[in-house]
Design a binder for this molecule. Structure first.
Ligand code: 4LM
Length: 403
């Protein structure tokens, strides 16, 4: 079986032009501006010989939708182009992307080094899932590259991190970590969900793979669960035709691929708005008497503000903060927002507030959570696309009650 590749007609154009046009030629579809949603599980062959050739990889073409679908292909062309990778694979969820990638390459006896702050289910996959199969997982503070130098070995298969990290917004220097990993024969996976390729392109900084939860900003409307992996063609082929086909089966629905294609058309303008509103809200939160500390890479007070300016094109839509009166004040804040929604997930049009220690990061044992820099009182906001003045009013009145 082969990945279907088409020539990228818009490869030298700007970000939004490529997000809108790459991968779909209306003239091949009756002039239809939007790619059709191919709602089929199987494909009819012209002859037995053709079916055999497709299965043997001697002729490109589809055989069964667990191993490829034309709507999925359109999305993959766009994602590969936007991240600057050779190829992409769209899958059923962000977790499907992480697990399919790792299952495709690790062998018993291998080691994975991961940053100490990760989305809770990624942490659980490492600690409760893959580590059962004689894969050693070492969590370190990757904001300190010398820590990596100390623990990396010839057995290290992957170095894995998020930047900014969910939920506490620590940043990791992609080029420095990639250089150390490569010197030791390991490959680097960056979860770029918080940034999207509009704000940060890890492959251009030396990472080997990017993974995404498409559930978030890339689809952008909170109406699907999906994921993606972007990387070298040969590796993506392996993840596609082994990792997803035979190991995880984490196949994206063609309709979810279509909704992500639709979301990508407005990614740039949505991200600009998320970033502008988040910057203003972070400033307001930082100056409020109820607040002890704010973690937003755009603030001069963020310990890695300089790295944020070098590595990201803007500072994103996610904010985390601690209240002076800790967890109880966090609950008061969350219970008093009226416009913002109390919900996990991120990157939606709606502003979402959540409490990592009891929600997204409940998979960490409490003492591990603290060790990994996720304090009990931390509150997270995914700043949405609502009118900024309305959001400000809502957040201020909820903070006033948490003094
Ligand atoms: C959340 N996050 O934080 P799927 N990578 C990152 C994530 O934040 C997530 C995933 C992967 C949240 C979900 C409830 C950095 C998810 C996993 O949910 O499998 O598409 O993505 O609120």
């Amino acid at each position: 079986m082969q990945i279907i590749m088409t020539k990228l007609k818009y490869s030298s154009s700007g970000f939004s032009t490529r997000a809108i046009h790459t991968g779909h030629d209306p003239q091949q579809h009756h002039g239809a501006l939007n790619p059709p949603v191919y709602l089929n599980s199987t494909y009819a062959f012209e002859s037995t010989a053709q079916g055999q050739k497709r299965f043997l990889g001697e002729e490109p073409g589809y055989v069964y939708s667990r191993v490829g679908n034309p709507t999925e292909t359109v999305l993959e062309q766009k994602l590969a182009d936007l991240e600057g990778g050779e190829a992409a694979l769209a899958v059923a969820s962000g977790m499907g992307a992480i697990t399919s990638l790792i299952w495709s390459f690790v062998e018993p006896g291998d080691e994975i080094i991961a940053d100490k702050t990760l989305y809770g289910c990624t942490f659980a996959f490492f600690t409760e899932g893959i580590s059962k199969f004689n894969i050693k997982i070492t969590f370190i503070d990757l904001t300190q590259p010398e820590e990596l130098e100390k623990v990396i070995s010839s057995k290290t298969r992957f170095v894995f991190f998020e930047t900014p990290a969910n939920p506490n917004m620590r940043l990791i220097d992609i080029s420095v970590i990639s250089a150390i990993a490569h010197d030791n024969g390991a490959r680097v996976i960056v979860d770029n969900t918080y940034c999207t390729p509009y704000l940060q392109r890890p492959l251009e900084m030396g990472a080997d793979f990017v993974v995404h939860s498409l559930t978030k900003y890339l689809s952008g409307h909170g109406d699907i669960i999906a994921g993606a992996i972007i990387g070298p063609l040969e590796d993506i082929q392996k993840i596609h035709f082994y990792g997803v086909k035979d190991m995880t089966g984490a196949v994206i629905s063609p309709f979810d691929a279509f909704l992500t294609i639709r979301g990508l058309k407005t990614l740039e303008i949505r991200m600009d708005r998320h970033c502008q509103s988040a910057m203003k809200i972070a400033e307001v939160i930082e100056n409020h008497p109820a607040v002890k500390q704010v973690f937003y890479p755009g603030l001069a007070s963020h310990p890695q503000h300089q790295l944020a300016k070098e590595q990201m094109n803007d500072f994103g839509g996610m904010i985390a903060f601690e209240l002076v009166k800790g967890f109880d004040a966090g609950v008061i804040f969350m219970d008093n927002v009226q416009l913002a929604m109390r919900a996990v997930s991120l990157g939606d049009a709606e502003t979402l507030v959540q409490h990592p220690a009891s929600m997204t990061h409940v998979t960490y044992p409490p003492e591990e959570r603290l060790k990994h820099g996720i304090s009990e009182g931390l509150v997270r906001i995914s700043v949405g696309l609502e009118t900024l003045s309305d959001l400000m009013t809502d957040i201020k009145q909820a903070l006033d009650k948490a003094i």
